[in-house]
Each structure stands twice: as C-alpha cells, then as structure tokens.
Design a protein around this ligand. Structure first.
Ligand SMILES: C[S@@+](CC[C@H](N)C(=O)[O-])C[C@H]1O[C@@H](n2cnc3c(N)ncnc32)[C@H](O)[C@@H]1O
Length: 289
C-alpha cells in the first residue's frame, strides 16, 4: 500500500451565489479527486444542488462526489453548557463519518475536498472536525483552507452598507445569545437565528439590514428602522420558511443610520422620507425579492 499522504482542501464556496466563488477556490476544486458532502433534509437537497451546479460550472471533466447523511443533532438544548455539549457530541459523530470517508473514499496520495458554505472560519465545524480526526491518529492527512465569501460579506454587499461605523467594533453572534446581552457600543451581526430574536429588540432605535437566501434566486432583502419593519420581516420569514421548508437569514443591527452611503434619500416603511444608513438593494423600509 502506498504511504503517500492524503490531502484535504477545505474550500469556502460563498453563501449562495455561484459567482462568489474565488479564483483560488476554482483552482483548488480542480485539484480535488473527490468532493465530500454532508447534509440532510430539504436544506441539504437545495445546498447539494447548488454545490453540483458550482462543480458543473467550473470543472471541465467528470468529478466524483461522495455524500453522507449528517448525524442527528439534539436541538432541544439551548442553554449554555448543555448547548455546548450537544454541539460537541454532534461534531464528534460528524468526525466519525468524515474519518470513514477519508479512510475509505480517499486513496493515499489523493486529494479530497469539502465545499464549505460561506467561509470556513465562520460558524462552521469542518476545521474542528479535521483537527479531531487528526488527533485520533487513525489516518494521516494534511489540509489547507481556501477562504470564501461569507453570508455576512454578502449581506453587507447586497445592502451596500459597511458593517461597522467609523472606528467602532462589530459583534457577531448567534441569535440565541442576544437574550444574554451584548456589548453596548457595538453594531451587531446576527446569524443562526431560528427564533427571530430581533423581535425582542424593538423600541431601542435599532436599524436592521436583513437578508434571507442571499445570493440565490430566492433572495429576500429588507431594511429600515427595526420598529417599522420587524413585523414585515417576521411575515416574510414565515412565508418563505413555509414555501421552502427551511430558511437561512442573517442581519445587521445598527445604532441608527451609519456612515456608509448615508446620503441617499430613504423611504421608511410608512413612506415618509428621511436620511439614513441605506443601500440601493435594500433601501430602508423596502423589500426586495
Ligand atoms: C452554520 S452558519 C454558516 C455560516 C457560513 N460559514 C458563512 O460564512 O456565512 C449558517 C448561518 O449562516 C447564515 N447564512 C448562510 N448562508 C446564508 C445566505 N445565503 N443568506 C442568509 N444567511 C445565510 C445564516 O445566519 C445561517 O443560519
């Protein structure tokens, strides 16, 4: 048996728009002998289709994809320690599956690739899983990371806004952590929010730039004063979730109008004009689909 090392490429593929793939990502994809895909349910179907579209578009020859079912994850645990231990347990079972894929589906000397949604550095477990597997000592491999355009970058671009105000910090958080508080001087980027946490933040002068399925043909964008658009976002979210069976949304909460692009006239939700942090794609109080 050859003792040539196996190699893994962790490739950020952008958060929905195939054109967001970087040249480095395309070059990396062309080096791969096999692509590993983990997922489940309707979300998986949609994301797997998108991955295949991307592969079809950028690879000239035939390619090999090996799919595996994502293990079940306990989503009932939402508080601190229990949440962390449920995620840890889930990651460990994912690592078991990836370990098997690497041993059985990747020959020594070959190159395997994980196409990671958005950027691998942001709320993604692939790197932790690969570290876990290497720590087990059952299979040797090297790996490298190719960055991708995250849903956060895509959100800001579609709304034509900066994430931060001049010289100020931003705080990126899963929605479920908002209830536990956040730094007061930061603008907030909220991800992984299955519970519409923004609805608990009305009455405090926030502005929201919200996007769902960003970069895909199903994209929905809304922006405006949170108090005025929160209800509309909730309705759109519920309708879209019903229609697709799943939803991915991200939003920026800012302390009022920001520094970027704030000279445009703005229509607020009730039609009144004003100046504020705005963007062409997601003019305040407007909805885009
Ligand atoms: C597990 S995280 C993965 C984030 C990914 N690594 C990235 O760089 O965007 C999934 C979360 O990313 C956000 N997300 C990913 N793709 C999105 C998209 N196309 N539109 C809106 N939000 C998206 C949502 O907040 C979703 O809950």
């Amino acid at each position: 048996m050859s003792d040539a090392p196996r190699h893994i490429l962790v490739i950020g593929m952008g958060a929905g728009d195939p054109d967001h793939l970087t040249l480095a990502a395309v070059k990396a994809m062309r080096r791969a002998d096999v692509f590993f895909v983990l997922g489940k349910g309707r979300e998986k179907d949609a994301l797997t289709r998108l991955r295949r579209d991307i592969l079809d578009e950028h690879l000239t020859g035939p390619y090999r994809v090996v799919e595996a079912e994502d293990p079940w994850r306990d989503r009932t645990q939402q508080d601190g320690g229990r949440y962390a231990s449920a995620v840890h347990d889930w990651r460990h079972r994912r690592a078991d599956i990836c370990e098997r894929l690497i041993i059985e589906e990747l020959a020594p000397g070959q190159c395997g690739a994980f196409l990671v949604w958005g950027d691998p550095s942001l709320y993604d477990s692939t790197l932790a899983i690969l570290d876990d597997i290497r720590g087990r000592g059952t299979v040797e491999f090297g790996y490298e990371v190719i960055p991708g355009i995250s849903s956060v970058s895509a959100l800001a671009a579609r709304h034509r806004v900066t994430l931060n105000r001049v010289g100020r910090p931003i705080h990126i958080t899963p929605g479920r952590r908002l209830a536990q508080g956040f730094p007061e001087d930061c603008d907030l980027v909220v991800m992984l929010d299955g519970h519409e946490s923004f609805t608990h933040l009305t009455g405090r002068g926030w502005w929201i730039h919200w996007g769902a399925y960003i970069g895909t043909p199903d994209e929905i964008l809304v922006s405006g004063p949170l108090d005025e658009v929160a209800g509309r976002i909730s309705r759109l979210r519920a309708e879209a979730r019903e229609r697709h069976g799943w939803i991915m949304d991200t939003y920026l909460l800012s302390r009022g109008p920001g520094d970027a692009d704030d000279t445009d006239a703005v229509d607020t939700a009730d039609g009144a004009g004003g100046a504020g942090r705005t963007g062409g794609a997601g003019d305040a109080g407007r909805t885009h689909r």
